[in-house]
Ligand binder design. Structure first.
Ligand SMILES: [Zn+2]
Length: 471
């Protein structure tokens, strides 16, 4: 993108009336690594009309509803979260010293008591926390559907609508209870038929295939150790029949690999291949314990990965082979994961954590650069959610999901490189976050919800859940 390109149009067409002109900020476009030390962005409706160096062309400035001097700020694409479990906001700080399987076994009985008001409160808190930290597209994987819990998916969808955050909501499922050799207790799982029926209904009720959709639905059975082979196969077939994406957890821990070898006689990636779960329409959370052959299979099939460094550290899962995944051409995004395994619940801090965790691995200082970390959190995320064409980079024609980070305070002072300041420095305050062209955060303050009220409601619902679990 250059000024000469943006200047080609002789006038602003009436349908592209600029609503925001943002100037004097550094810009990391994530479009072919193009960066501007000082540049401009023009937003019209829900789209970016222009991105380039220097001040905005005068025809935009004079027509804009708002002209913003963003001196001292860095503009990036909005952050895209690719893995989360909103409901876990109600069970943070528990099972503090457990690995994945022990942690799950301790928490499942509480999770199985969740209802719609609880999930609504947890979703508002999770989304508010991420939005105030620069997330513009969220993803939620909900897979606990106790009988009589009410409209759980509807509750989180309503929360995202209130908060103004773009959402992919996965209708998850579990149908392999402990009595059949699975990890969750029997009372936490559904029947295979009920799970498939409800998943199809969720897509019919909520999925919006439009390029500027604020809401998409994905199909997401939980994991090889909580889902039958039949549900894995049928879910893949259902998603392809309906034209929606597929998501699950994969290769998270050594214990999961051992489970797959014992139960299926093969590793997790071979099992996924066997059940129709490798493909361009699939992304998987974690992918920590991957062999060279597993990585090659992901690359060959275009299967994406949601890398969740804090959660992997918290549950002692290991270090995902991100440098090898990227070198092989595997699409990789970043994930907060549920806040029972990443209590911070933020994606902006995952940029830094991804870089630091990767440098503790075998690739050391060559593992991941600050710019690669930012790419994972933006364009990489858009790619694994199947939205690379419209999200993830700042380019004219793409959706106006933009974040301005304030880098002129004490925390970032003396770091000349704005991308290094954002990724390596302390969490940067959000000066402005636009989702679909609409401001959601301004001056480090969430505009779409009262944070104190969201926190109070989450506390009350967490107490209700704990009391139910104890009773
Ligand atoms: Zn997860």
């Amino acid at each position: 993108m250059t000024d000469s390109q943006t200047d080609r149009s002789p006038r602003v067409p009436p349908s592209e009336h600029p609503s925001w002109v943002i100037e004097n900020c550094a810009i990391a476009t994530m479009d072919d690594d193009v960066e501007y030390t000082s540049g401009h962005l023009v937003v019209g409706g829900n789209r970016l009309l222009a991105v380039g160096p220097g001040p905005a062309p005068e025809r935009y400035r004079s027509a804009a509803a708002r002209v913003l001097d963003a001196t001292g700020q860095l503009a990036t694409p909005g952050l895209v979260n690719t893995h989360h479990h909103f409901y876990q906001w109600l069970t943070r700080g528990l099972a503090q010293d457990s690995h994945l399987f022990d942690w799950l076994v301790e928490l499942y009985p509480t999770w199985a008591r969740i209802d719609a008001p609880m999930l609504g409160a947890a979703a508002r808190a999770s989304l508010a926390m991420m939005a105030r930290g620069g997330v513009t597209t969220a993803f939620d994987h909900h897979y606990v559907f106790p009988a009589g819990a009410g409209d759980l998916l509807g509750a989180e969808i309503e929360a995202a609508r209130e908060l103004g955050v773009r959402l992919t909501a996965a209708r998850g499922s579990m149908d392999l209870g402990a009595s059949d050799g699975g990890l969750p207790p029997d009372f936490a799982v559904e029947s295979t038929e009920a799970a498939l029926r409800a998943t199809e209904e969720a897509v019919a009720a909520h999925h919006d295939p439009a390029p500027d959709a604020m809401l998409r639905i994905a199909v997401a059975p939980c994991s090889p150790f909580s889902v039958t082979t039949e549900l894995m196969r049928e879910s893949a077939a259902l998603a392809r029949r309906l034209g929606v994406r597929l998501h699950t957890h994969g290769s998270e821990t050594a214990e999961e690999s051992a489970f797959c070898r014992e139960r299926f006689g093969m590793g997790p990636t071979e099992y996924f291949e066997e059940t129709g779960w490798l493909g361009e329409d699939v992304w998987m959370a974690h992918c920590v314990h991957m062999t060279d052959a597993d990585i090659a299979a992901f690359a060959r099939t275009g299967t994406g990965v949601a890398h969740c460094p804090s959660s992997n550290a918290r549950l002692a899962a290991g270090i995902a082979r991100v440098p090898e995944l990227l070198a092989a051409g595997v699409p990789v995004g970043l994930g907060v994961d549920g806040t029972a395994s990443n209590e911070a619940g933020e994606l902006r801090t995952e940029l830094r954590n991804a870089l630091l965790v990767q440098r503790l691995g075998p690739s050391r200082e060559r593992a991941l650069s600050a710019r690669q970390a930012l790419r994972l959190g933006t364009l990489g995320g858009a790619e694994v959610l199947g939205r690379r064409e419209e999200l993830g980079s700042l380019e004219a024609g793409k959706l106006a999901d933009v974040v301005l980070w304030r880098l002129d305070g004490l925390g970032h002072s003396t770091i000349e490189d704005p991308v290094a300041a954002l990724v390596l420095g302390p969490p940067a305050p959000v000066a402005l976050s636009l989702v679909n062209g609409v401001p959601v955060v301004e001056d480090d303050t969430l505009l779409t919800a009262d944070e104190a009220a969201v926190a109070a409601e989450a506390r009350a619902q967490a107490r209700r859940l704990a009391a139910r679990a104890a009773g």
